[in-house]
Design a protein around this ligand. Structure first.
Ligand code: G5P
Ligand code: MG
Length: 223
């Protein structure tokens, strides 16, 4: 951790709870949440050239090309030089991991391990507020009013890539690609592993682990 800045990555399969746990982390620790998926979805909503190109891959559950995502994510991070951040959904390939590390050495990688069989049902019941990335689940954390975002009152949507067959494609790609990324970060000595079926069981361990890391720069943690 250099000059009080803290840089973290959260890794895990589609639907493993990266976004849910990230929301909790940034509420407690002074960090900005960067989600590569949210960045792509906002480009898609704005119908930019990058967004329209990315949509062809995302809707089919495929990874978008490295050059496209590197351009998008690294530009955002370069604009946040003076901030601590948590990066969710990136890196997804060994090349992305290397490119990230060259510019931004990472203090910790939160590696979530959630069994795939628990994930498919969760994603069927997921609703999101696309402009903010806020996440709901009809069983786990339903909105106060069905189909409406709690904060803005705007409508919620389901992600096209949450259709069960697309979820299976995404899970397979994750299983085929994650090992070299975890190995890359393990070799740097920054990986912490968290396994479980429920976010509320995993979360206290993540929080405790981060508090221990942050205790080295205690002023960064909200009391
Ligand atoms: P994303 O947006 O990065 P994924 O596939 O990595 O998408 P996703 O689907 O956003 O991950 P998550 O964030 O891990 O899942 O999970 P979440 O939203 O927090 O939780 C899932 C649901 O379960 C929610 O409804 C939540 O409320 C509920 N839930 C949480 N915990 C529990 C629990 O304990 N119990 C229950 N019952 N429910 C719970 O990437 C999307 C696409 O963008 C492209 C790719 O095409 C990718 O497929 N992309 C990239 N491509 C290349 N490189 C990159 N770096 C890319 N990044 C994105
Ligand atoms: Mg997510």
């Amino acid at each position: 951790m250099k000059s009080g800045l803290f840089r973290a990555v959260i890794l895990g399969a589609p639907g493993s709870g990266k976004g849910t746990i990230s929301e909790r982390i940034v509420k407690i620790f002074k960090m900005k949440h960067f989600s590569s998926g949210d960045m792509l979805r906002s480009q898609m909503s704005a119908k930019t050239a990058l967004g329209l190109h990315a949509k062809e891959f995302i809707d089919r559950g495929q990874l978008v090309p490295d050059d496209l995502i590197l351009q998008l994510v690294l530009a955002e991070l370069r604009n946040a030089q003076q901030e601590s951040w948590l990066l969710d959904g990136f890196p997804r390939t060994h090349h992305q991991a290397e490119s990230l590390w060259k510019e931004f050495p990472i203090d910790t990688v939160i590696n979530l391990n959630v069994p795939f069989e628990t994930i498919v049902d969760r994603l069927k019941a997921r609703w999101v507020h696309l402009p903010s990335g806020r996440i709901y689940n009809l069983e786990f954390n339903p909105p106060k009013e069905p189909g409406i975002d709690d904060i803005t009152g705007e409508p919620l949507a389901q992600r096209i890539d949450d259709q069960p067959e697309t979820v299976l494609t995404r899970l397979k790609i994750y299983a085929d690609t994650v090992a070299p990324i975890v190995e890359f970060f393990r070799a740097k000595g920054v990986v912490s592993d968290f396994a479980g079926k429920e976010t509320n069981v995993i979360w206290p361990n993540v929080e405790q682990n981060l508090r221990a890391l942050f205790s080295r720069s205690a002023s960064s943690v909200k009391k």
